[in-house]
Write a protein of this length. Structure first.
Ligand code: AMP
Length: 290
């Protein structure tokens, strides 16, 4: 009896031509495929997604691709940390089955692949969408492209990038893709700072002071019923801005599903979202308030 492939050591694949036959062989034996798309510079937050996928599937594919079309700022793209050798080691140690590391030509063989036509129904209008124009079009384009290449049963995304998660869920339902999106909790440093590839660019002092972000969000959660939306937003911004080197870009309180800002005091299903700069480094975080 042929039970299909047995997965010993991690495959490191760079081309669609090598990845697809591998996945087809797994699927021919009814093996379930989990997928974790990343931009590399992996940390424990990414690895928690890999662990969840490994638990729920027979094979786990992790992609590493720093997608140029989702960066609205060329400096941010140039400075994005790239640590492929240690990423591969971490994934191997975790027991990941395949790491897919395509180059730009593989993902975008022509300009026709670079912009997915999709109306995101306003999900991309506020918060990150407002401050990073074009970011979500680039992100949703690359994720759809990667989904078509990998064709997983399940794909794993972090709630740290909550607006991204909601846009991907919408895209999957819009195109009726047979992929289950699994939302994973945000992993944090011991001081509460949400883990992020960008944290590597923080000075030791900024990293320590960055605890203010989650602390301000937790305070907002605590005061949620007793304060107005305007007061809550101001309180979060003031707390973060009071920290040396930190500057808030936006604070928003929005509906967890529509992502529309809450302006009245309707407080069901509310979340707080924040983006701020610590020196040159842009950080985001969020919390469920109700
Ligand atoms: P990135 O490499 O930043 O594109 O992230 C790849 C995936 O990892 C996305 O689904 C992120 O939301 C998720 N992720 C990033 N940071 C964290 C974290 N601290 N906890 C959980 N998931 C995370």
């Amino acid at each position: 009896m042929n039970l299909g492939p047995i997965y010993f050591s991690m495959e490191i694949l760079h081309t669609i031509g090598s990845l697809q036959p591998y996945i087809n062989e797994c699927k021919a034996h009814q093996h379930k495929v989990g997928f974790v798309p990343t931009m590399g510079a992996l940390h424990q937050g990414h690895l928690s997604l890999i662990q969840q996928s490994l638990k729920e599937n027979d094979i786990t594919v992790c992609s590493i691709f720093v997608n140029p079309t989702q960066f609205n700022n060329t400096n941010d793209l140039a400075n994005y940390p790239r640590t492929i050798a240690s990423d591969v080691q971490l994934l191997e140690k975790e027991g990941c089955t395949v790491v897919f590391i395509p180059d730009e030509k593989e993902i975008y063989p022509s300009d026709a692949f670079k912009t997915l036509k999709i109306d995101l129904q306003g999900l991309d209008k506020h918060m990150e969408g407002k401050y990073r124009p074009g970011h979500f079009t680039g992100m949703v384009t690359v994720v759809k492209r990667l989904f078509e290449i990998v064709q997983p049963h399940k794909a794993y995304f972090g709630k740290k990038d909550y607006q991204q998660l909601k846009i991907i869920e919408f895209m999957v339902s819009k195109f009726k893709l047979p992929i289950q999106i699994v939302a994973c909790e945000t992993l944090r440093e011991s001081n509460g700072l949400a883990m992020s590839s960008r944290n590597a660019r923080l000075s030791a002092e900024q990293r320590k002071n960055a605890e203010i972000i989650y602390r301000a969000l937790l305070n907002a959660k605590r005061n949620f019923l007793s304060m107005s939306v305007t007061q809550l937003k101001k309180q979060i911004a003031d707390e973060i801005n009071s920290c040396k080197d930190f500057k808030v870009e936006y604070v928003e309180i929005a509906d967890a599903d529509s992502l529309k800002p809450i302006i009245d005091n309707k407080k069901n299903n509310a979340m707080a979202f924040v983006a701020c700069f610590a020196g040159e480094v842009r950080l985001i975080d969020n919390i469920h308030l109700s």
